[in-house]
Structure formats: C-alpha cells, structure tokens
Design a protein. Structure first.
Ligand code: MRU
Length: 361
C-alpha cells in the first residue's frame, strides 16, 4: 500500500540477506517512521513491544529474525535456541510459531554453512506468499460487500475491530483487504472503526483507511452494539490470531462482545484469515489457546499528543488500582457467519473447514 506516493510493505529486506526494515507501529498514527532491525534481539524486541503486530506480520518478521540469527550462529543448538526465543515473544497468534516452524523444517535438512542463505530465502518467500494470500482474501470477500451494496442501493456500513489491515500483514491486510478491493472496484463502503482499547489499534485502522481514501468513523468500543441496534451496521468483519478446526475464533479482546451484539441484531459476522492462522491441533479453544496477558500499564496509561502536538503519555488510573489486561478473547464458531480465506468463503464448522487442513497436521 502507498504512504504518500511510495509503495510500502510493512516489513522488507532491501537485499537477499537484508538489511531488514519495518514500520514502527508504536509511532502511528501521529508519525510514520521506519526502523532498521539488525539482530534477532532487535526483532524480538520489535515483536514484543508491538512495533510490528498483527498475526501474519509477526510470523513473517519472526522468520526474518531467524534468518538474522542464522547469520550469527547456524549450529543445531543456535537454531533451536533462536526458534524458542522468537516464538516466546508473543504467544497467541499461531502464525508466529507456524512461520518459525516452516523455516526450521527447511534448515534442519541442511548443514550449518547453508542455513543462513536458506533462512533468508524462506523468509522472503513467506513475505511474498503473505501478500498473495491477502490479495486473494480480498477477492473472496469483495462479493459480500458488492452483494450488500446491490441489495441496499447505498454505501455499505462495515464495522471492524482492532487492525487487520495492511500493516498487520505484509500487505493488503485480512479483514481490510475486501474493503480496499471493494473501494477500488467502486463499491461505496463506510467503516465503523472500533477504537480497540487498550492499545487502540483502531487508530491504525483509521490511519490506513484515511491513507487509502476509504470513508470511516472512529468509535469508542462500547458504541458498536448501539449502532447495530439502530441498523447502522450491515456487516462486521474482523481478523484472527488463531482459529480452531471447529471454527472458534481467537482475536483481539472485545471481538466476542461484537459477535454477541451482531448475533442479537441479525448482523452478519465474518472473520478473514489466511490458512496459516488455523491451529488444527487446538481442540477446545478456551482451554488450548494461550491468551496473552499484557502489562497493566497499557490500561493505566494513555499515549497521544499534548495540546502543543508533542507526543507523551498520561496516567488515567491510580498506580494502586489493580489492572488486568487480557489481550485476546474467543468467539465461538456458532456466532461466526463465515470465514473468508485465500481459498474461498467457508462456514465456521469442522466439516466445512476440513478441506483447508494440510494433510500432514
Ligand atoms: O495485539 P495485536 O495488535 O497484534 O492483535 C492483532 C489482532 O488481533 C488482529 O485482529 C489479528 O492479528 C489479525 S491481523 C491480520
């Protein structure tokens, strides 16, 4: 996608073996800054601190981190330790473990001297695949928006939660990909953007949509149910960090409440995911998916610009107030109207999703 006149990916390596760059998402929406990551430690820090975030993007960035680690120590012990360290940076999005495992499986078959070049090549391949996958998700999701527009004969009102846009992937996004493609195809779309406390990823979504010229309105998280009752939401679409084989969806905290409100109001609730977001081994979503618990400071402290336009932060809760900050929740498959993947639109149930399952898992 373009920022100004320049096309960007959200992670890129300048040459076959780096240097590696990312967009620092902690600086958005107020400043657009890129960052050079020159070591596996820098990659781990960027993922943990959410400079890069979004399930597909942390998978690809983690793979590049493993390539940087192989430049330094391609031994068997080095490989095992680096995979472990990078995988621990964020526990919920299965894409990270999936991408690291894919690179590891390639490298294991090679001698140490060949590993660094192979790791870089595989990370580049993962990045290119992610772009193609997300473009395909957009193509499969576009008919949902076009169909609604043809039926309603007015702009389609979509609600989304968190940021599943191009900066949460290498390009295009998942939930936002059909929106971008609808907009580009002349289907009028307006997006209700959930603020998504406490990290406010909705601000990233608003920034993306504004850059692309898509009509949107930022709302407080609690406004969605009210808008649905008023008939002002035609469709909800979100991304996911992990989807079970039964179609249960783990995504940003607050997604579940939107799905409940959507069901109560007869609003279709779609989830857009690349197939690497499926965890075919998770049985019971509530028991088997690790839900990241992040620092209470994210709830206690709000960051932004002061009256003079300077970046800063203010505490909104007392230091002594106990805070909990679970970062993800689970939406049961029964509340999901459909799952848009790069291979088409699927009902959220085990029988329908079975054809997406890779034969080895
Ligand atoms: O904590 P984040 O910002 O990494 O969480 C992101 C989400 O929950 C997204 O909806 C999900 O990763 C899909 S991104 C295409």
């Amino acid at each position: 996608m373009k920022v100004g006149n320049r096309a960007y990916r959200s992670v890129w390596a300048e040459g076959p073996r780096g240097p590696l760059h990312v967009i620092d998402q902690t600086r958005l929406p107020h400043a657009f800054e890129t960052r050079h990551l020159d070591s596996p430690e820098a990659v781990a820090e960027a993922i943990r601190a959410m400079r890069v975030r979004g399930a597909p993007l942390i998978g690809v960035t983690g793979a590049f981190g493993l390539a940087l680690a192989m430049d330094r120590d391609p031994s068997n012990a080095g490989l095992a330790a680096s995979v472990k360290r990078l995988a621990q940076t964020r526990p919920t999005a299965v894409n990270l473990a999936w991408a690291l495992e894919r690179v590891r499986a390639k490298l294991e078959r090679l001698g140490p001297a060949e590993r660094a070049a192979a790791a870089w090549a595989e990370a580049h391949a993962l990045a290119d695949e992610d772009v193609a996958i997300n473009a395909a998700i957009g193509r499969h999701g576009l008919p949902l928006l076009r169909g609604l527009h043809q039926r309603l004969k007015r702009p389609v009102n979509v609600l989304t939660h968190c940021n599943a846009g191009w900066i949460a992937t290498v390009d295009w996004g998942t939930a936002l990909s059909p929106i971008y493609q609808a907009h580009d195809a002349g289907v009028p779309v307006h997006v209700w953007v959930d603020e998504t406390r406490p990290r406010n990823q909705g601000l990233l979504t608003a920034w993306e949509l504004a850059s692309h010229g898509v009509a949107h309105t930022l709302i407080a998280d609690n406004a969605g149910g009210h808008l649905m009752q008023q008939g002002r939401v035609d469709l909800v679409i979100v991304g996911a960090d992990r989807v079970t084989r039964r179609g249960d969806v783990c995504n940003k905290i607050g997604t579940y409440l939107k799905a409940l409100a959507a069901r109560d109001n007869g609003v279709p609730f779609y989830v857009a995911v690349p197939t690497p977001t499926f965890d075919w081994l998770a049985n019971d979503a509530l028991a088997d998916i690790p839900i990241e618990e992040r620092s209470g400071e994210e709830v206690r402290v709000v960051r932004g610009l002061d009256d003079a336009g300077r970046p800063g932060s203010i505490a909104i809760a007392s230091d002594v107030t106990p805070v909990a900050n679970p970062a993800f929740d689970v939406t049961p498959a029964a509340l999901v109207t459909g799952i848009v993947t790069e291979r088409g639109l699927f009902e959220a149930n085990e029988a329908r999703l079975a054809s997406l399952r890779p034969s080895r898992s």
